[in-house]
Design a protein around this ligand. Structure first.
Ligand code: NAP
Length: 296
């Protein structure tokens, strides 16, 4: 038997917490990056229920866990467990990355960077464009803040629960000087036009597989839609993406966002700058691996 001495007394521990958590790809991404960068760390997943979030974070801190990613349903609740937030996390209003410091864990949001690189990496910029964000949960916060921060001309936020869209719009207005309007998702046909759609609803995912937030396929042509981004990557092509592609729209799924938010988290934890070439290499390695096993 070959002795595996990669994990030892100096190994730094990182992880992701969520509920459920068993389908997460974050350990795969972070442990792959650690191998590529020859870093002595181990990254694993922790199943943490909402009722046990505070206790879990206090325990993680006492154990000296250097950093955690935070996923559904804890991205907003985690804020009360932290000593401070960086300004991007404040503007987004949600946290997906926390870093150990002497004073406690500090909160960051790298979903916003992830969605930005997912668009720019595919040749899409939001500058001076009208953007329709679908959803008002954690991912929608990141999409709306990104669009506002990167100079969109106007942002619409459409959600099933209209009050949540309104409250997200108000939150974003507090940080960015931008024209922003909230509406119920059932009323999206009322908007004049939108060049970019960012789907951050769960429609198309898991139990909602096969569903789409844009039922009317004529919407894309009528509103001048050029690009549709869907935060979902499983299935690889949601109905929203296949419907819009059939109308000549450029489509991007959530895989790149997933990879790039992880690279940005690693930069925060190790206080390092990883170049675009490295980002592209991580994406390619994991894309080949993932598609080899999961393409559906
Ligand atoms: P979340 O906070 O739970 O928000 C879910 C959103 O979906 C809410 O706006 C919700 O509307 C809406 N929704 C749920 N069921 C719906 C239905 N039947 N009809 C219409 N709207 C519905 O979740 P999240 O964390 O923002 O995640 C949203 C999606 O993004 C998920 O599919 C997740 O997998 C994906 N995501 C991807 C990445 C990535 O790196 N690629 C990162 C984060 C999230 P209500 O407010 O009305 O309930």
């Amino acid at each position: 038997m070959e002795i595996d001495d990669r994990i030892n007394g100096s190994t730094a521990v990182f992880g992701v917490i969520g509920d459920p958590i068993e389908h997460t790809l974050s350990p795969l991404i972070h442990n792959t990056m650690a191998k590529m960068l020859d870093t002595n760390l181990v990254y694993t997943s922790f199943h943490v229920k909402s009722s046990e979030l505070g206790e879990a974070i206090r325990g993680a801190y006492k154990l000296g866990i250097k950093g955690l990613n935070i996923t559904v349903p804890h991205k907003k609740e985690i804020i009360k467990c932290l000593c401070s937030l960086d300004k991007t996390a404040e503007a987004v209003g949600a946290v997906n990355t926390i870093k150990y410091t002497d004073k406690g864990y500090v909160g960051y949001n790298t979903d916003m960077i992830g969605v930005y690189y997912a668009l720019t990496g595919n040749g899409v910029t939001v500058q001076d464009k009208t953007v329709l964000v679908l959803g008002a949960g954690g991912a929608a916060n990141a999409c709306a803040a990104m669009a506002a921060a990167k100079g969109a001309k106007k942002v619409y936020i459409a959600n099933r629960t209209a009050e949540k869209a309104l409250s997200l719009a108000e939150h974003i207005k507090g940080y960015y000087n931008i024209e922003i309007e909230a509406l119920p998702i059932s009323d999206i046909d009322d908007i004049d036009k939108c060049e970019i759609i960012l789907n951050a609803t769960t429609l198309g995912f898991d139990e909602n597989k096969g569903k789409t937030p844009v039922e009317d396929i004529g919407f894309f042509g009528r509103k001048g839609v050029e690009t549709v981004f869907d935060a979902i990557y499983s299935p690889w092509e949601t109905r929203l993406l296949s419907d819009s592609a059939s109308q000549g729209v450029k489509t991007i799924n959530g895989f790149d966002m997933l990879i790039y938010q992880a690279v940005a988290a690693r930069e925060i934890w190790y206080d390092e700058r990883l170049e675009a070439d490295f980002r592209a290499q991580v994406r390619l390695e994991l894309l080949q691996y993932y598609l080899g096993r999961n393409r559906k």
